[in-house]
Design a protein around this ligand. Structure first.
Ligand code: SF4
Length: 159
C-alpha cells in the first residue's frame, strides 16, 4: 500500500523539481542575439538538417519577453553593451544565456579596446560554446549542456 493506492491507478509519483525541469528543458524559447558570423551557423542549427526541434528549442523569438534562452552569437563591442544588458534584463526569470563562439566567450580574434573580451563581464553566462565559428553540432552540444544545468535546478531557488 503506497500513495499510488491512495490516489488511484494509474498514478505516477515523482518530484516537483523533476517535472518542472523536464518541462523547462524541453521547451526552451531561444532569442538569437546575433551580431556576426556565428549567427550564420545558428541558421543551420534551426533548419531541417540539424533540426533543433528534436530538442524542443526551435521556437525562436525575437522578443526578450517571450524568450528564456539568449544565444549571444558574434562580436560584441563596447557600444553594444548597454543594449545587450537591457535586452537581458527584459527577459523573465528563469532565463539562461549561451555564449556562442570565441568572440562572445572571450573577444575572439579582436583583442582591442572596442571589443568586449567576454560577455560574462556584463551578463551571467551558463554555457560557453568554443569555436570560430562553432559547428552546428557544437551549438547543439551547448544546448544539451544547458539541459544538464537545468536538470540540477530547484524550484526552491526561484527568485
Ligand atoms: S567567433 Fe569567429 S565566426 Fe564567430 S563571430 Fe567571432 S570571428 Fe565570427
Amino acid at each position: 500500500m503506497g500513495i499510488e493506492t491512495a490516489i488511484g491507478s494509474p498514478a505516477i509519483t515523482t518530484q516537483l523539481d523533476k517535472v518542472v525541469n523536464w518541462a523547462r528543458k524541453y521547451s526552451l524559447w531561444p532569442m538569437p542575439f546575433g551580431t556576426a558570423c556565428c549567427a550564420i551557423e545558428y541558421m543551420s542549427v534551426v533548419s531541417s538538417h540539424y533540426d533543433l526541434a528534436r530538442f524542443g528549442a526551435e521556437v525562436v523569438r525575437f522578443s526578450p519577453r517571450q524568450s528564456d534562452l539568449m544565444l549571444v552569437m558574434g562580436t560584441i563591442n563596447t557600444k553594444m553593451v548597454p543594449i545587450l544588458k537591457r535586452i537581458y534584463n527584459q527577459m523573465c526569470e528563469p532565463k539562461w544565456v549561451i555564449a556562442v563562439g570565441a568572440c562572445a566567450c572571450s573577444g575572439g580574434l579582436y583583442n582591442n579596446y572596442s571589443v568586449v573580451q567576454g560577455i560574462d563581464q556584463y551578463i551571467p553566462v551558463d554555457v560557453y560554446v568554443p569555436g570560430c565559428p562553432p559547428t552546428p553540432e557544437g551549438i547543439i552540444h551547448g544546448v544539451l549542456k544547458l539541459w544538464e544545468k537545468i536538470e540540477k535546478e530547484s524550484v526552491k531557488d526561484w527568485k
